[in-house]
Structure formats: C-alpha cells, structure tokens
Design a binder for this molecule. Structure first.
Ligand code: BGC
Length: 616
C-alpha cells in the first residue's frame, strides 16, 4: 500500500465539514459506502467462498435476491479441511480477480469465528474449532485477496458463535477464553495480513453490543493489535450510531443512514461525542476508499480456469474417514449403484448471505460416469431432500440397484432447509429416512461407500457402524462432482483432515449445556475447553478426532527431534511414504505446558502445519 494513502485520507477529511464527515460514516446504498468531496465511495459484496454481487434493486443480506453468476469455491467448512495455506492463497487471489471483474472493492470475508458448538447454523462459513488453524488458513486467504487489490473484511468480530437470537444474544465469556480462543485468530490475521476492514458482529459480548463495544473495537483491536483499517458494522448491527462511533465503529451498513448521520452531527454539537472520533471514522472510511481506487483495474476472468481451481480445491477438501478392507479407491469397471438424491442435486454450499449463484455445477453422478466409462453406473434417488421424507418405493428401488451391483455409493447429508445462516440446529442427526435407506442398502450390499455433504458436523456413529468406507468434504462448492469422482476412483489420494471434532454424540460437546443460551445470554461455561481441548481434557472418547483423515497410502514419521531454535523450539521430523500410492501428509504439532499454574488443555495445536507431498 502506498504510504501516501494515509496522508491523502487525513488531508481529504481535514477539509470536510462536520456533516460531510458524518455522512462518510454511513453507507449510501445496500452495498456501497458514501462519497464526499475528495473521497470516492467503495463497493462491498458477500461472499466469501464466491462472489454474491447484487446490482440495482436486487439487494438483500439473506441470499434471497438475484446475484451475478460467480465461481463457487468450497465454503470454509470444506476448504479448511485442506489445511493448506498455499491453496487458500490461490483461492483468495481468484476471488480478487472475480471481484475486480464485477466492480467489487471489498469482499465481506473471511468468516473466522470459532466453531464452538456443532449445532451453530453458520459453522459452514467458519474454518475450525481451533484458533491457530483458523488463522493459519485465513491469513493466506486474505493475502491472496488483498494481493489482488481487493480488501477483506474479517468477520464477525467477535464471539459470534450461534445464530439463535443473534441480534441480541450476549456471549458471556471470561477473559482467558475470549483472548485465547475467540480473539486469537482475529489477532493473528490482523497482525500478519493487515485486512483493510473488520466487520463487527450482531451479538453482544459480556452485555455490550459488538458495534458499541469500546473494549473490542478500540482497546483490543486498535490499541493492542495496531489495526489501521476500517471497522464496518454487520448489516443492521448498529442501534445507536453515536455510541458506536465513540466505541470505534467507522462505517454503518447498509445505506439509508441519513437519520444516523444527523445524530452524529447533533451529538458533536451538543458535546456528547468528541469530533475526533468522527474524524477517526471518516479517515478510516476515506483510507479504504482510496485504497480501493488505487487498486481498481480492468481484469478479465477466465471462468474455466476458476472452475478448474474450484475442482482442485474441492478435491483437496475431502477427508477419508473410514476405509476398511481398502474398499476405496473403486475399480473403474463392473457395476456401481449410486444412491441418493444428492448425487444428482448436490448440496454444495450453505444458505443465507454467502449463497452464490454459480457459473457452473459438477453433478456427481455425471462425473462418476465420466470417470468410469467402462462401468455400469445406475442411480436410485433413495429418498427426497425436500422434507417430504422417503417412501417404500424409493427405498426398494435403491435396494434393488445395490443388490445387483458390485458396490454401492450412497450420498447422504443435510438439505439447505436443515441448516443455514439465521438458525441453529437442535440435533446433529441425519434425517431418519436416509439412515433407513442406508441400512436397507447395506443389508444387501456390504461393499457400500457413504459420501457425506453437510455444513455442520453430523452424528455419524450409526453410519460408521454400518459401512466400511466414508468420505466427507463438508460442502465442496461447484466442483463437488469432479472432486468426489477424483477421490472415489483414486485419481487423487485424499488428504483432507478434520478441522472440527466429530463426537460420538452431540451431548458430549463441551458446550452442550450452554448452547445456544437463554434469555438472550449464552454463558461460555466451558471456558478455554472448546472443541478438542474439551474432549481431551475430559478424556471423552470421540468418533473422529480433530485433525483426523486417512489416505490411500501410509506414512511413517521418523527421526523426530526437538531442538532449541532462534525463536523457541525447532521440530524436525522425516516423513516416509510406506505405501505404494503417491500421497500428501499434513504434519500437525501439538504442545502442552507441564506444571501450568492455570488450567490448560492437555494439548494444543501450535505449529504451522507443514504439508508434504510424497511419492509412493
Ligand atoms: C451477515 C454478514 C453479511 C451481511 C451482508 C449479514 O446478515 O451476518 O455475514 O456479510 O449480512 O449480507
């Protein structure tokens, strides 16, 4: 960023009248900031796993209205499973190109809230239950985006971990978990990637609305972490603009803020708001606008290349959860029964503000047929996903297909109506009709592979008990079909790793009794024991742990050495592919502190995981 932009922003604001400075603090429309003399406006858009660019009157923050077609990369729940910063950066750079192509200056993401409870309706937009992994993935994504000249908006700041009562809910969280778990990822991304903007959340933190929270927006964000950018409100998160500006908010969104702009002027004139706060807010908005103008350029996007990247990213997002008897990869010949509505109508992204209108969509059944032209591939719907449930006829058809095949591939998951922004789930169960079909299929076809698609963690114990092989990619974006076929037939060896623990039962989750809260309060009673920290500390058995994922090959970790390094400890390890298939391994290093004076998790992820591509 040219250093002159800071100077230019201050100079532009210095020559504005109070009313002009106040107006910079409110949007001019649903997606655009206001301009003033010497200060241009800038355009924002959802995302973040693809662009939801809305023009003209089709503006909403619920994902209902039309938007321009865009590439749909895997949402955070999928992409995070790659554990791969380099891939995140390439996706960020591609999103920058599409943003510039569509006249967008700031893409509203990434979402980096911690997955505190498996039932949070928006977990599909977040990366992990672990703050270190979250920042490890979000930092390169922001670098990729901003390196392409488009600003990020780190959201939702902060402790926004449930959708229930989201405009009022107070996240009542003690200092240590707040700093160590819920703020830590924000801190690292801000220090390392310098996002242009941060978006404050709807909820309250310890009773104070995020948009009016001086501790959060000024003391922590600016004073402790040195944030230089603009704080933008979530859409409709501001109740009292004067209190918000005093606390550290810079831009209230969306538009139609005339009343609030006037309230800022009045408050300065009657002495209840310091004009220096208005100047700070106006300067931050001006800085963002000038940055945007400086970086804006004409680009042309090759959407075919982006489709290929979406497929690659989706393939890398898939985690192999079970593979007894090396059932996978499948032969590309023989008879394959493909079962489930999701094979032809895939579930590949979440509902709400991040919902992208896709340029293209890979259908799993089509891709399976294309990958195995010698095989006889027959499909049965098995169950419906529109809430009408299953029927005996659909189930019988699935069973017949499975009986007459060498292998069955059953697509299970959640429909968009089961999970979305705006509400949490009561249960993490799969729909009963899906389990009923699976049971009936397995009874006639023991060689059954389950392919899962869902934005939130599922109760997989019954599935695990039934079938020898399970693949899960969370939500995979529009390259889902090719990605699933790549892994099913072994064109790519799966290397995804879970970013969130899959418990045996939802009741085992550390936050179980304190979610989503009541009377507009959620007590974060589990403290720092979030996710695997809590399961480990209580020696709770889980179905699949954080960081878990199998491969078609095996790796040996050898010659582990821990030595004093320049900045702490240096860990060295050799990794050898002991199988016959090329594969990718992710090294995860955890540490614990012996004799800690305060309670701590038995182990915490501490080192940037390094990835190893290893030929067999
Ligand atoms: C969501 C944000 C989103 C904004 C604009 C809000 O409802 O919480 O994530 O960026 O709408 O659509």
């Amino acid at each position: 960023m040219p250093s002159t932009i800071e100077v230019e922003a201050s100079a532009a604001v210095a020559q504005l009248a109070l009313s002009e400075k106040a107006s910079l603090g409110g949007g001019s429309s649903f997606w655009e900031s206001s301009a003033a003399r010497g200060v241009p406006s800038f355009v924002m858009s959802d995302g973040p796993h693809g662009l939801r660019r809305q023009e003209g009157s089709a503006a909403d923050h619920l994902g209902l209205g039309a938007s321009s077609p865009a590439t749909c990369f895997p949402p955070a729940v999928g992409l995070g499973q790659s554990w791969d910063g380099e891939l995140m950066e390439r996706v960020g750079a591609a999103l920058a190109r599409e943003s510039q192509d569509q006249g967008v200056d700031v893409l509203l993401g990434p979402g980096i809230n911690i997955k505190r409870d498996p039932r949070c309706g928006r977990n599909f937009e977040y990366l992990s239950e672990d703050p270190f992994l979250t920042s490890h993935l979000a930092t390169p994504w922001v670098n990729g985006l901003q390196g392409g000249g488009v600003g990020a908006s780190l959201k939702h700041f902060a402790a926004n971990n449930a959708e229930f009562d989201r405009m009022r809910l107070s996240s009542d969280v003690a200092d240590r978990p707040l700093r160590e778990i819920y703020l830590r990822a924000f801190e690292r991304v801000i220090r390392d990637a310098h996002p242009w903007t941060v978006m404050c959340s709807y909820n309250r933190i310890n009773g104070v609305l995020a948009s009016q929270n001086k501790f959060l927006l000024t003391d922590v964000l600016r004073r402790d972490w040195g944030f230089q950018g603009a704080v933008i409100s979530d859409w409709g998160a501001v109740g009292d603009r004067v209190a918000a500006v005093a606390a550290g908010l810079d831009l209230q969104m969306p538009g139609d803020t005339g009343f609030f702009n006037a309230s800022v002027v009045d408050a300065v004139l009657n002495g209840t708001l310091d004009e220096r706060d208005v100047d700070r807010a106006a300067t931050a908005v001006a800085r963002t606008a000038l940055l945007a103008r400086y970086h804006r350029r004409d680009v042309s996007v090759d959407y075919t290349v982006h489709h290929a990247l979406a497929r690659e990213a989706a393939t890398r997002s898939i985690a192999l959860l079970k593979n007894d008897g090396a059932l996978l990869p499948l032969d590309r010949s023989g008879r394959i029964a493909v079962i489930g509505a999701f094979a032809v109508e895939p579930r590949y992204q979440g509902g709400g503000s991040s919902h992208v209108r896709v340029t293209d969509l890979d259908i799993p059944l089509t891709e399976i047929r294309a990958a195995a032209p010698q095989a006889t591939v027959e499909h049965a719907v098995g169950f419906t996903t529109d809430g009408s449930g299953g029927s005996d006829a659909l189930c019988s058809e699935a069973v017949e297909r499975a009986r007459n095949s060498d292998v069955a591939v059953v697509f299970l998951g959640l429909a968009e109506s089961n999970e979305s922004e705006g509400f949490d789930r009561d249960t993490i169960d799969l729909p009963v009709e899906q389990l009923a079909v699976l049971e009936a299929v397995v009874a006639v076809q023991p060689n059954t592979v389950v392919v899962l698609s869902a934005g939130g963690v599922l109760h997989l114990a019954p599935v695990h008990a039934l079938v020898p092989a399970i693949l899960s990619g969370g939500l995979l974006g529009h390259g889902c079909g090719a990605a699933i076929a790549n892994v099913l037939f072994g064109a790519v060896n799966p290397s995804g790793r879970l970013t969130e623990t899959i418990p045996l039962r939802v009741q085992d989750a550390p936050s179980y009794l304190n979610f989503p809260g009541e009377h507009s309060r959620a007590v974060y009673g589990e403290g720092t024991f979030v996710g695997y920290r809590g399961y480990d500390a209580r020696e709770q058995e889980v179905l699949y742990p954080f960081g878990y994922g199998l491969s078609y090959t095996t790796f040996a970790f050898e010659d582990l050495a821990v030595e004093p390094g320049n900045d702490g400890l240096a860990v060295k390890v050799s990794i050898r592919n002991t199988g016959s298939t090329a594969g990718r391994e992710i090294v995860q290093i955890y540490a614990s502190k012996v004799d800690s004076a305060v309670s701590r998790a038995p182990r915490e992820l501490v080192v940037v995981p390094c990835e190893v591509v290893n030929a067999g």
